[in-house]
Design a protein around this ligand. Structure first.
Ligand SMILES: NC(=O)c1ccc[n+]([C@@H]2O[C@H](COP(=O)([O-])OP(=O)(O)OC[C@H]3O[C@@H](n4cnc5c(N)ncnc54)[C@H](O)[C@@H]3O)[C@@H](O)[C@H]2O)c1
Length: 382
């Protein structure tokens, strides 16, 4: 079976220096899904790794409908012409989108902007011919969109489900390792994923002792007031320094790995645990909330140090599980049912990975890659 990505397309913008790629790793039912990210550091290799991870993630979330893909544009998402660049990229990729490559939003790209441009281009919602012919599909999407707009613990479901899922993975893994109650956690990232995960961990009795955002790192070994920090959060997941307590320590965000803690949570950027930073890891466990936060070289260093890892495509699949659960009527659009369903899938998979790793002596990533290797490699729609 072909384990290489099915399609990798490269694009060069005609009106700027932007460059972009689209990778469809595998098709299931002639369909694949993933986000489009825009950032100056995006590379072809990163897009392929992210698309591959999506393939594994759909498999781990028990999807019967979707393979993995990803879009990436090397350009500054804050540039004044960023949306024009996105439009030209989507225009170039239209034949693939029409053939079942569903690329939504991701880092630096809003899903709503993608949908508006696709509407303008006459494509509409990315879907296959079979989906277009099935009136139920529209209803499924409506159920999904309705559920994502509902609230849970004060968060939009769309914003909280991935973070809560990561918190369930952390809790399952920590209990499996018989870690003591009240473990200390440090997070990098306080956006949709980081903030909701911190909230859920706080509710479960974990002590959040450090949070890094794009500007700073705040720490307190007695535990940060997570509820207050979430409620006062500024747009784009930035902490509000004016509400910090007198016993909080503020440091450069690059020092997040140096804070004493039991569990580290990268919930922002890719490749942040790499050959240069991995030797600094003090925690015994890493829970990957961000996509691909750990490089292959870092994996080797962490394995030698005996650090346990909750792997990204096992921990952070909450956002795509909602779709699967609603489309197959596994649950209705009821917030608690959706959270329970995500919790069940993530706890089950996390336990499976940790048990198998213990039994075989392999790393959690090696085991997860074996357990959740995509096994359907369809062709695109024609
Ligand atoms: N949103 C989802 O449902 C979802 C699902 C799966 C995976 N992910 C992945 O999780 C990660 C975070 O996604 P999100 O939706 O929370 O993003 P977001 O844009 O809501 O938040 C990003 C956070 O990272 C922080 N940040 C940026 N640069 C930083 C730096 N140098 N140091 C420390 N913090 C920094 C920002 O301040 C912000 O708090 C991404 O890798 C994303 O691909 C997200």
């Amino acid at each position: 079976m072909n384990k290489k990505p099915y399609i990798v397309v490269e694009w060069n913008d005609t009106e700027s220096e932007a460059k972009g790629w689209l990778c469809a790793y595998n098709f299931v039912n002639h369909y694949c899904g993933g986000g489009t990210r825009m950032h100056p550091t995006v590379t072809r290799e990163e897009v392929i790794r992210l698309a591959t991870t999506m393939g594994y993630k759909y498999k781990a979330c028990e999807s019967r409908t979707t393979g993995g893909c990803k879009g990436g544009i090397a350009y500054d998402y804050k540039a004044p012409d960023a949306k024009d660049v996105l439009r030209r990229y989507l225009t170039a990729m239209a034949p693939y989108i029409n053939a079942g490559v569903s690329i939504g939003g991701d880092l630096g790209v809003d899903y709503a902007d993608v949908l508006a441009i696709l509407d303008d281009l006459g494509i509409g919602l990315p879907q296959t011919k079979a989906m277009r012919a099935d009136p139920k599909f529209r209803q499924y999407i409506k159920n999904h969109d309705d559920a994502c707009a509902m609230r849970y613990d004060g968060f939009l479901m769309y914003d909280m489900i991935t973070g809560y899922g990561c918190a369930f993975a952390l809790d399952e893994a920590w209990k499996f390792k018989k870690g003591p109650a009240g473990a200390r956690v440090v997070l990098q990232g306080f956006g949709c994923v980081g903030a909701s995960m911190a909230w859920c961990l706080d509710k479960m009795g974990y002590k959040v002792v450090g949070i890094a955002d794009a500007n700073l790192l705040v720490t307190c070994q007695d535990g940060l007031d997570v509820q207050k920090l979430v409620k006062t959060r500024k747009p784009k997941g930035e902490l509000d320094e004016t509400v910090f307590e007198a016993n909080y320590d503020v440091r450069p965000n690059s020092e997040w790995l140096d804070v004493d803690c039991d569990i580290l949570v990268p919930a922002a950027l890719e490749d942040v645990i790499n050959k240069d930073t991995a030797p600094r890891v003090k925690a015994g466990m890493i829970v990957e909330a961000a996509n691909i936060p750990t490089t292959a070289e870092a994996d080797e260093i962490l394995a030698e140090k005996g650090v346990d890892i909750c792997v990204d495509f096992v921990s952070n699949l909450g956002g795509i599980r909602i779709y699967e659960a609603l489309v197959f009527g596994i649950v209705g659009p009821i917030p608690q049912d959706i959270v329970d369903d995500t919790e069940r899938v993530i706890r089950k998979n996390t336990r499976l990975v940790f048990e198998e790793a213990k039994k075989t002596g392999k790393t959690q990533r090696e085991v997860a890659r074996e357990l959740f290797a995509p096994d359907v490699f369809d062709t695109p729609d024609n």
